[in-house]
Design a protein around this ligand. Structure first.
Ligand SMILES: Nc1ncnc2c1ncn2[C@@H]1O[C@H](COP(=O)(O)OP(=O)(O)O)[C@@H](O)[C@H]1O
Ligand SMILES: [Mg+2]
Length: 360
């Protein structure tokens, strides 16, 4: 079993509060990702779960037992760090078996456990090497192996792929997802990278300034963000936000005027929104380039030809606002920087936010 429960978790450094009452239930066997900008408290919370950092307030339970005051080694967690933290003078096998040795595991048994972990991670051929003779990706596998041999109830990963180059990060992402499926162990994974969060997590918790903004399945958060922070954090290029005003509201439908130029009628889930729309959110893949008369007038600022798709950046006329659109390559061929076009959000994909940034 490996459930983790956070109730009202707080953290003070001196008099500065950096974690403001976090509530979260992590299910047994789940891959949960903490994502958020640098400094929002992800590592601090992970370290509190591991027992490497005191908990200032609230209750932390693992498998139903309160563990606020239980030492790290007795919590059933194993942590993997960004900088690997391998012992340079030990071989790979010794590094991986170190925790077993400390625990007094018989040598034969320890060797078998290390051997099995090395097989899972496909590093059996490296067992006699020292860390300095390994590539970054191999070192990270050893660090993961060191965690696996302890058979934890919960794995804790703190930005484990940040030191790897882009191609290796993609490969390790797939390997970690496969590893999770094979082991079936609860994993809590910290990253600032929204692509890692979207692709690896069963669920994502989006953090901002020591608080959770929203928790849910990746695509649910992408399609139904609770607020502008979550909407803007997930997705690249980020969601476009355009000021708008309410024209009329009916049952399950509102009409807004976008940038005082473009009236749009949208379906809303609420029978009647509780607050007034102030911003219209539209993702780059749902913003169509059309004629000036049909959309919000803008000029082409920059075209990024990525090969499979072109990202167009547009400056809205008479405003400083820059909007991004993903454009099919054959359509982008007709565009030039400086050209005047219209931008039209697809109504079925628009999200409305009130003046406080809450989704309606
Ligand atoms: N040992 C410490 N003493 C004081 N402040 C700290 C300490 N560790 C982290 N912080 C502060 O706590 C906040 C959260 O940090 P951290 O959890 O490392 O963020 P993240 O991992 O999301 O980038 C930051 O403002 C950071 O400066
Ligand atoms: Mg961190």
């Amino acid at each position: 079993m490996g459930t983790v429960s956070l109730q009202g978790i707080e953290k003070f450094y001196g008099t500065t509060k950096v974690v403001h009452g976090v509530d979260l239930q992590v299910n047994d066997g789940e891959f949960l990702v903490f994502v958020g900008p640098s400094g929002c408290g992800k590592s601090t919370i992970l370290r509190m779960i591991a027992g490497l950092e005191d908990i200032s307030g609230g209750t932390l339970a693992i498998d139903g037992q309160t563990v606020n005051d239980v030492p790290p080694a007795r919590r059933g967690t194993a942590m993997v760090f960004q900088n690997y933290a391998l012992y340079p003078h030990m071989t790979v096998a010794e590094n991986m078996g170190f925790a077993l040795k400390l625990a007094g595991t018989p040598k034969d048994k320890a060797r078998a456990v290390v051997g099995r972990a090395a097989e899972i991670l496909r590093i059996s051929h490296l067992l006699e090497r020292k860390p300095k003779a390994l590539s970054g990706g191999e070192r990270q596998r050893v660090a993961i192996g060191r965690a696996i041999v302890r058979k934890p109830a919960v794995f804790l990963f703190d930005e484990p792929l940040s030191n790897l180059d882009a191609a290796l990060r993609v490969q390790m992402r797939l390997e970690l997802s496969t590893l999770h499926r094979e082991l079936g162990t609860t994993m809590i994974y910290v990253t600032h990278d929204q692509v890692e969060a979207m692709t690896m997590g069963d669920r994502i918790a989006v953090f901002n300034a020591g608080r959770i903004e929203q928790v849910g399945a990746p695509l649910h958060l992408y399609e139904h963000p609770a607020n502008q922070f979550v909407a803007g954090f997930l997705g690249s290029p980020r969601m476009n936000f355009l000021p708008c005003e309410l024209v009329s509201a009916e049952a399950q439908r509102v009409t807004v005027n976008v940038m005082r130029r473009l009236p749009l009628t949208l379906a809303v889930r609420a029978a009647r929104p509780a607050s007034k729309p102030a911003q219209l959110g539209i993702r780059p893949e749902h913003l169509d380039v059309t004629t000036m008369e049909e959309g919000v007038p803008a000029s082409v600022e920059l075209l990024e030809h990525l090969g499979d798709v072109t990202i167009g950046h547009f400056r809205v006329a008479d405003s400083g606002l820059l909007l991004a659109a993903k454009i099919e390559v054959h359509k982008a061929a007709a565009l030039q920087p400086g050209m005047r076009v219209g931008l039209k959000p697809r109504p079925e994909h628009c999200v409305l936010f009130d003046a406080d940034g809450r989704a309606l």
